[in-house]
Ligand binder design. Structure first.
Ligand SMILES: [Fe+2]
Length: 384
């Protein structure tokens, strides 16, 4: 992408109308080795007035012990504040923290995660992200990919509910969807045209004192800088926040049941993301639309239920999270296999994250746990 005014070459003089130099900034990832963008600010982004501690609450995580499948009704977890302060972690490990956040307040400060990319899934609500690279509008069912180091704040235009993933590295389109030049392949379930980048407006030339909360997992800080972070007149490159709406996802369906990797959306270190969206079911005359029992013994499988009729699950509701853990088989609940036969399509939406290291459980999730979930595969007692 490129936007706004740029000099003809990188790293050369680029002057403002008043004769001063614009301040070039390289926003790079993985040192200087991976994707990057070059930004041109009215003023250096380095002008720092103050740095102080940010005592960001850390999730209190407990092991999934005894090891079992679990169900958390996260819609019942109270959250409030803005898009960052409202985050309530529910599950996490060294690779990813999964949080829910429901908020209606705008952020008076900026926020920057310097540990890894963030992946925000918009369950409900709309608004926009304000970033130095431009404005990114969001709406229900958007995935927002925010590269590490991106300064941003969220302005909800209505109450917004998000599922938040703070990862430990890059969030990327799976390699299998790309050709050798990086272009999305013909067999991918989405296309470049489906992805929305930020729209750059006029630079904000305000001077004063602007707060940026910097999150680095164990190393947090609150910076006060002298110039508005969104004073960019132009930028180009491959590193920028973007949105992808699940309604644009073209699910891959088949003659027989397609496993989750057929529904992959993104991947991150030690984590894989999938989406289950409205789609036609399998067309073999004897097909069973619901999944078979399975044990993914080397990963933990998390499903977040967005909307629709969750045919293979008993007792879940919108906002439910199920954790199907390594070592415990799971599958359709009693009766749901027969019920599914002959069904032609589904209207359910759910998003999934598989983690390759064990997930731990946060206190807020334990408080919202459906304790008997692991027994939900037993046959229902006969009606009397
Ligand atoms: Fe599963």
């Amino acid at each position: 992408m490129r936007a706004g005014s740029l000099p003809p070459k990188r790293h050369i003089q680029f002057r403002r109308p008043d004769g001063g130099l614009y301040a070039e900034e390289l926003l790079s990832t993985q040192g200087f080795e991976s994707v990057y963008s070059l930004l041109y600010h009215l003023h250096p982004p380095t002008a720092t007035l103050d740095v102080r501690s940010w005592d960001r609450p850390r999730p209190r995580l407990q092991p999934n012990e005894p090891l079992r499948n679990r169900h958390f009704r996260t819609a019942r977890i109270a959250t409030s504040g803005d898009a960052v302060s409202a985050r309530v972690p529910v599950l996490g490990n060294a690779d990813v923290t999964i949080a829910v956040a429901e908020f209606s307040d705008p952020m008076p400060y900026f926020y920057r995660n310097v540990r890894g990319d963030e992946l925000l899934f918009v369950h409900r609500g709309s608004g926009h992200l304000e970033t130095p690279l431009g404005r990114l509008d969001y709406r229900p069912h958007d995935y927002l990919v925010i590269p590490v180091g991106t300064t941003y704040r969220v302005h909800p235009s209505e109450t917004t509910r998000m599922l938040v993933h703070e990862t430990s590295g890059p969030v990327r389109v799976p390699r299998k969807y790309r050709n050798e030049c990086g272009q999305l392949a013909e067999h991918a379930p989405y296309y470049e045209r489906d992805f929305r980048g930020p729209i750059l407006g006029e630079p904000n030339s305000e001077d004063g004192a602007f707060e940026i909360r910097v999150a680095g997992k164990e190393r947090n800080a609150i910076y006060t800088v002298a110039h508005h972070p969104c004073d960019v007149v132009g930028w180009d490159g491959y590193c920028y926040p973007y949105a992808f709406n699940l309604d644009e996802f073209a699910p891959i369906t088949g003659k027989l049941h397609q496993p989750p990797p057929a529904h992959a959306t993104f991947e991150a270190p030690a984590a894989a993301f999938c989406a289950f969206v409205p789609r036609l079911f399998d067309y073999h005359p004897l097909a069973i639309p619901v999944p078979y029992n399975h044990s993914s013994v080397d990963c933990d499988e998390v499903l977040y239920y967005v909307s629709g009729n969750f045919m293979s699950r008993r007792g879940v509701e919108e906002g439910s999270i199920t954790l199907h853990t390594a070592g415990a088989p799971h599958g359709p609940q009693p009766g749901t296999v027969e019920q599914s036969i002959g069904k032609k399509s589904t209207d359910e939406i759910a998003v999934m994250i598989d983690t390759f290291a064990p997930l731990h459980i946060a206190a807020a999730a334990s408080d919202a746990e459906d304790e008997g979930y692991y027994r939900s595969w037993l046959e229902a007692p006969a009606a009397t």
